[in-house]
Structure formats: structure tokens, C-alpha cells
Ligand binder design. Structure first.
Ligand SMILES: [Fe+2]
Ligand SMILES: [Fe+2]
Length: 135
């Protein structure tokens, strides 16, 4: 199983790091299933579980950002909304047309590259800010 989670994306706030690890674990599972052409109900279930988990994680971050009046809340929120749309689109494509090379490439870009970029940028800034607020 490929492991897309790297140590350097540990940000230092447990409640957020635990979610990120879990999201990468589930993403790895989903991508491995797709690579193996296991196109069946399990893929749909895994994708929809990932989506629910991601949405809950976004709510956690947004709640913390709002509670502590983080100035970049709007940017965080709009990045999350963008990803939610992308993920819903991926899940829709999986259930309507199955997995092909193009979708697989798109999934890698969105589920791995986008995530790593998001975590290393805006999430990292959020966590650095929260560390000054939460002791
Ligand atoms: Fe985030
Ligand atoms: Fe996050």
C-alpha cells in the first residue's frame, strides 16, 4: 500500500494531526483499490466514508479558526469548499463511469498533491496561530 503521509506534515496540534493521518490512511486505501481495478461497492463506500471524514475535519478546523478569530478564516473556508466540490465530483464520476486513467490521475492530484499543499500552507499557518492561543 502506498503511503502518502510524510512525517514533515505533522503540524504539532494533536486534534488536527490525528485527522490528517487518518485521511491519508483512507486515501491510500482508496487509491490502492482503484489501482487494482477493484471497481465495486467497496470503492464507493470507501470514497463516501473519506468524504464524510474530510467534511467533519474541515468543520473542526473552521470551528477552531472562528473561535480564536483567525484572520485567514475566509481563505481556509473557501479552500475547504473548493476541495469538498472536487471530492463530490470525484465520487460522482466513480459511481457513474467507474475508474479510468484520467480519473486516477485527477484523484492523485486532488487527494494527494492538493492535500499536501493545503496542509503545508494554510493548515500550518492555522496551527502555528492556534499554538499561541491553546496551551
Ligand atoms: Fe484545512
Ligand atoms: Fe486539515
Amino acid at each position: 500500500m502506498p503511503s502518502h503521509f510524510k512525517q514533515e506534515i505533522i503540524l504539532g496540534l494533536d486534534v488536527i494531526d490525528k485527522d490528517h493521518k487518518e485521511i491519508f490512511k483512507r486515501t491510500d486505501t482508496l487509491l490502492t483499490m482503484c489501482e487494482n481495478d477493484r471497481y465495486d461497492q467497496t470503492i464507493k463506500d470507501t470514497a463516501s466514508f473519506l468524504s464524510k471524514y474530510v467534511i467533519r475535519h474541515f468543520q473542526t478546523e473552521e470551528h477552531l479558526a472562528k473561535e480564536h478569530r483567525w484572520p485567514l478564516y475566509v481563505e481556509l473556508f473557501s479552500e475547504h469548499e473548493h476541495f469538498k466540490k472536487e471530492l463530490a465530483d470525484i465520487i460522482d464520476k466513480i459511481s457513474k463511469q467507474g475508474i479510468d486513467k484520467k480519473l486516477m490521475l485527477h484523484m492523485n492530484v486532488m487527494l494527494v498533491d492538493w492535500w499536501v499543499g493545503h496542509i503545508n500552507n494554510i493548515d500550518r499557518e492555522l496551527v502555528d496561530f492556534l499554538k499561541t492561543k491553546i496551551k
